[in-house]
Each structure stands twice: as C-alpha cells, then as structure tokens.
Ligand binder design. Sequence first.
Ligand code: ADP
Ligand code: MG
Length: 262
Amino acid sequence: MTTTIAIAGKGGTGKTTVAGLLIRYLTESESGSILAIDADPASNLNMVLGLTMDQTIGDIREEMLDQVQSSGALAGSMPGGMSKVDYLDYQVQMALVEGDRVDFLAMGRPEGQGCYCAANQMLRVIIDRIGKQYEYVVIDNEAGMEHLSRRTTRNVDVLLLVTDPTQRGLATAQRMAAMVPELEIGVGRTYLVVNRLRGAMPTPLAEAVGESGLELLGTIPEDAAMAEFEFTGRPLVELPADTAVYQAVSELAMRALREVTV
Ligand SMILES: Nc1ncnc2c1ncn2[C@@H]1O[C@H](COP(=O)(O)OP(=O)(O)O)[C@@H](O)[C@H]1O
Ligand SMILES: [Mg+2]
C-alpha cells in the first residue's frame, strides 16, 4: 500500500522545506521507496533533494501537442506507430529522475490556454500508476488547492497545511482545509503545521489556531542553519541531523505516519 502525503499552504511558508525534510526522514527512518512529486513550477524541490532534473510533465504535454498538431491526419498515432498512451508512458518514464531511495518527477508549468485535456487525463493516470510502485508518494504543491485534484487522481492520506506564524498564513490554511470536501480526490487527514516559530507560540496565534478547527500536528522553529544552506544552494537533505528544523520535521512526520497506520 502506498501512503500519499501532500503539502500545501501559502507561498513562502516552508512547504518545500517540509517536503524535502520529510522525504529525508522517510529515507532515514522508514523502509521502502519514495516518489517525490514537485507540483509547484516555482519550487525546485529537486535542488532541495540534490537531484538534477531534465524534463517536466508540462514539457511532455507540450511536445505531444506539437507532434499532434504537426502530423494532422496522424492524430491517432505517434511516431513509430506508438499509441498516444504508450508514447506518454514512455516519456514519463524518461522524465523520472531515479535516485537511490527517492525518485523524482516534476509537473512543470500548468496547462495553458490550449489545454490538451485528453493528454492531461492520460498523464494523470500514468503518474498514478507509477505512484503505486512506491511505499510513499510526497507531493509538494503550489499555493492553490485546486491544483491538487487537477494533477492527480490519487487520494491523499495526509494533507499537511503549512503556515508561518502569522494570522494571514493561518487564514490561508483554513481556506484550504475548507476546500478539501470540494476536491475530486479523497483526503484522509488534514493537519496544520506552524513553521518558523521564534520561541513559544505567541498567545494570540495559539488562540487563533485553537479556534481554527484545524488539528495542529506540530511546530517547527526558525532555524539559522537553513539560511546557510539556502545561499550556498546545498541540498537540505544534507542538513546535520541534529538541526532544530530537521528534528521538528522528523517528530511531526512520525506522528502523522503513526496515525495513518492505526
Ligand atoms: N524553519 C525555518 N527556519 C528558517 N528558514 C526557513 C524555515 N522554513 C523555511 N525557511 C526558509 O523560508 C524560505 C521559503 O521556504 P520554502 O520551503 O521554499 O517555502 P514554500 O515552498 O512554501 O514557498 C526559504 O528560503 C527557506 O529556507
Ligand atoms: Mg515551494
């Protein structure tokens, strides 16, 4: 059985950081393979994981569109007589970056005006089928929740809504949680994660969290070790294990996974 964990929240709150460190936790503390999906064109999750990336799902879709348009009458088949599904399947396999324990797939830019819906649907099915081969699928999302169900047909077991210690971030997380029932996909458990805390949670924020109706999974402190890694571009998976930020992510990952298995 695959456990799927999605990370969402307001921009800049630490989604990619949490995704990267969560993946690291899984490689160090759990067995089984992991598929990391970067669903935010602006996030560069691959850099956080120390992986180089070549092609995105968006690139594959655009190439497919070009091929179909230029071959007009041949719209039913692809070069070499391949069916469209086989062609897309092959391209996605090629785009999959294979790491040691972690494989990586980037969604790239979202579909544009000339949305090629049939290809999108095929791609969703292909990606979901690939995902089934892994113990864990971790999806780093862009800020908007609506994208989650457009990019996958897969149900999510754990949705982590990341916020910074601000009322605005919390309001975004609440709005996202409220959208969950409207998504086409199922979501098992939704949790709030408050990131970048300097010391204890300020009382007004703690009160607002209490009234938000969201279940607080845990908090992550502001960690000076992050800045050094960010300006050198060093992958976050190389952060020393005793850094506060990694310790905190490990603890909340442990808690979330315990809930999944009960
Ligand atoms: N706990 C933390 N301590 C210090 N810096 C952090 C922490 N979490 C995130 N950051 C920094 O905040 C910035 C935004 O984080 P990122 O994970 O890219 O956010 P998002 O994916 O939500 O846009 C990055 O520069 C990152 O290094
Ligand atoms: Mg990000």
